[in-house]
Unconditional design. Structure first.
Length: 626
């Protein structure tokens, strides 16, 4: 008899014990027993993914008060996170780094021993009087080359319920696997709760990543980005694994784009949080395969991708019938949905930018709310948080891609990188080749901080491939891995740079949110060489005639030459300044930056300088057309 199993037995019902015994992985017993011992759980519930167990998790989320079933539509519940727990917390998230190992300065880190002592101290006895829920998850479709297994112990029924909507069940996969199979581990406790069931000790919030042990510790937080272990927490471990094994784990959506004559091409896209990733993936008329995390592998010398998840934890702000019709329909129909940090009044959820009026009082993340209510520092509390979200299974969307669970994934024809860049990059361009795309668009991705992370908004920063928050290896190594990956492929996906946030001199956006649909359709045609392009110093630009046709066909809009020129003018000073910032960032922060990054950016600088000599500082795209 396994000693760990024996130690767990008194805390479990016979039924739960049998469910656990059916999994023959001794490392799983060990992790669960140590978690239970440290956190002093009163009981242990093993979720086997049976309909009965899933229903129990959902019911407990409501009974415990972590979710409220006050909403009118069947299946809808609402959850609130604490006022200081409304986004991913970069300050509180640290890598545990063993003594003697040096890690890029740009990454938040703490000595491993010191960090383990601290976080275990905070977790000690945290589940006193509570049930510890054990969930088994399959990241990626089960039984495929992509599959990574995960196991989470948590005392939050809300977290366990969210995992149900967002991930593929893994109990059966664990059960049928070799007892020595590796898995990622997450231990989470919401910590002390206050009367409205939110984590009470936000100043003791810690999210520590122990990559030596493939384990993540998260405590005193409930916000899903910090607590649902298989979202950004396991992602950090997967990036590391991918780098050692020669594949890619990316902060990318995956979508199918319909081309002429019934053709469909698949794209993936990396965007920092709140920069248009989900709304791109959900464009009506196209299909969505994933909205947040992709694993990409070289299979038969082509890049194939799967969605790690099977649901969406999406930003609800600005979801309205005009801009996001598909998801708006889902959110206003019966079906299983967890709303978080919205305003509730009269059994209805309300959010910012929903396209209809929001009540002047109700219940929100601050408790009873009324217009004008202020927080401790005198700031007005909005009716719903900007980072309010919904959790829903992808299959609830009518345009969910049929290949979602294909164990071989889908072949990627193109990938895109996009940030919040008010000044430099054009709305869409194609790189000259794989390396140029990885360096000039991916590694040079610049953005502004948004409400999705706690802290000041609008602060410009480099966010390499939009994964900077999640990288647990030297940053330069990650760039090399990306460069290598594409080089080995017979036909690498085309690489595009997009920028939905370009502004004019007065600070007005030059594009409407719908325009991205045109860029996507243009990329699809480029993949099949069905439209030409203009060679500019920063990449291949679309031709006016092609965009005009697409604006007309896709959006029934007239696209003027004037708009085209404004949007696609190459702004030499802004582009040179961008190169300067990117190079400085890597020089100062990333000691293992590959020389290729500096070389490729030097070449881009050279092309810009030469173009300036011929045409001046602001160059209409037509000047490059020969
Ligand atoms: C993001 O912020 O990138 C998200 C949401 O996708 S979460 O990481 O879960 O906070
Ligand atoms: Mn994300």
């Amino acid at each position: 008899m396994n000693g760990y199993l024996e130690a767990l037995r008194p805390k479990m019902s016979e039924d739960d014990y049998q469910k656990l015994v059916a999994i023959t992985n001794p490392k799983a017993y060990e992790f669960i027993a140590k978690a239970s011992d440290l956190c002093n759980a009163e009981k242990i519930f093993i979720c086997s993914d049976s309909a009965e167990d899933i229903a129990h998790v959902r019911q407990q989320a409501i009974t415990s008060g972590e979710e409220k079933a006050v909403l009118t539509l069947p299946g809808h519940t609402v959850h609130f996170d604490g006022i200081y727990d409304q986004g991913r917390d970069r300050q509180a998230t640290k890598y545990l780094v063993p003594r003697g190992i040096s890690f890029s300065k740009a990454l938040n880190q703490i000595d491993r021993q010191e960090g383990l002592v601290e976080v275990k101290g905070l977790l000690r006895d945290s589940m006193n009087g509570r049930t510890m829920i054990v969930r088994f998850i399959s990241l990626g479709p089960p039984n495929s080359i992509f599959t990574i297994l995960g196991l989470q112990c948590t005392d939050s029924w809300y977290v366990a319920h969210s995992e149900d909507l967002l991930y593929r069940p893994g109990y059966e996969v664990f059960r049928q696997s070799d007892p020595t199979r590796e898995f990622l581990r997450v231990l989470h406790s919401a910590g002390k709760l206050n009367e409205n069931m939110t984590s009470a000790e936000h100043e003791k919030k810690r999210i520590y990543i122990d990559y030596m042990d493939n384990t993540i510790y998260s405590v005193n937080t409930q916000y899903a980005g910090n607590s649902v272990g298989f979202k950004k927490l396991a992602f950090r471990l997967a990036i590391r694994k991918a780098n050692y094994e020669g594949w890619l784990a990316e902060h990318m959506m995956i979508m199918g784009v319909n081309g002429p004559n019934g053709r469909k091409s698949y794209f993936s896209g990396a965007f920092p949080s709140a920069c248009g990733k989900t709304s791109t993936a959900m464009l009506p008329g196209e299909t969505i395969l994933g909205d947040d995390i992709a694993y990409i592998r070289d299979i038969g010398s082509v890049a194939r991708a799967v969605n790690v998840e099977s649901g969406i934890f999406g930003i609800i702000q600005d979801v309205n019938p005009v801009d996001d019709s598909l998801i708006y329909k889902v959110l206003t129909s019966p079906g299983e949905i967890i709303f978080s940090n919205v305003l509730v009044k009269g059994d209805q959820p309300y959010w910012l930018g929903m396209g209809s009026e929001i009540p002047k009082d109700g219940i929100n993340f601050s408790g009873e709310w009324h217009e004008g209510k202020t927080d401790e520092s005198g700031e007005k509390i909005p009716p719903a948080h900007k980072n309010a979200r919904y959790a829903v299974a992808l299959k609830a969307l009518e345009n969910c891609d049929p290949e979602l669970d294909n164990p071989m994934g889908v072949e990627l024809n193109g990938i895109m990188y996009g940030g919040r860049d008010a000044k430099a990059y054009v709305p869409v361009q194609q790189s000259f080749d794989w390396e140029h795309g990885i360096i000039a668009y991916g590694a040079s991705l610049e953005t502004e901080t948004t409400f999705a992370t706690i802290g000041e908004e609008g602060v410009p920063e480099i966010n390499m491939m939009s994964t900077q928050d999640f990288i647990s290896i030297p940053l330069g190594q990650n760039i090399c891995n990306n460069l290598e990956f594409g080089r080995k492929l017979k036909k690498a996906p085309l690489v595009f740079g997009v920028n939905y946030f370009l502004e004019d001199r007065e600070g007005k956006f030059l594009n409407s949110p719908q325009d991205k649909h045109v860029w996507i359709k243009w990329m699809e045609l480029r993949v099949h060489s069905e439209v030409g392009a203009i060679r500019s110093p920063t990449g291949f630009l679309p031709k006016y005639e092609d965009l005009k046709k697409l604006f007309n066909r896709v959006l029934s809009k007239d696209y003027t030459k004037e708009d085209y020129v404004k949007q696609f003018t190459i702004r030499v000073p802004e582009n040179l300044a961008k190169i300067e910032r990117v190079q400085r960032f890597y020089q100062e922060n990333v000691s293992d930056t590959p020389a290729e990054l500096f070389e490729l950016l030097d070449q881009q600088r050279q092309r810009l300088v030469e173009a300036r000599e011929r045409f001046g500082d602001y160059i209409s795209p037509e000047k490059f057309e020969w």
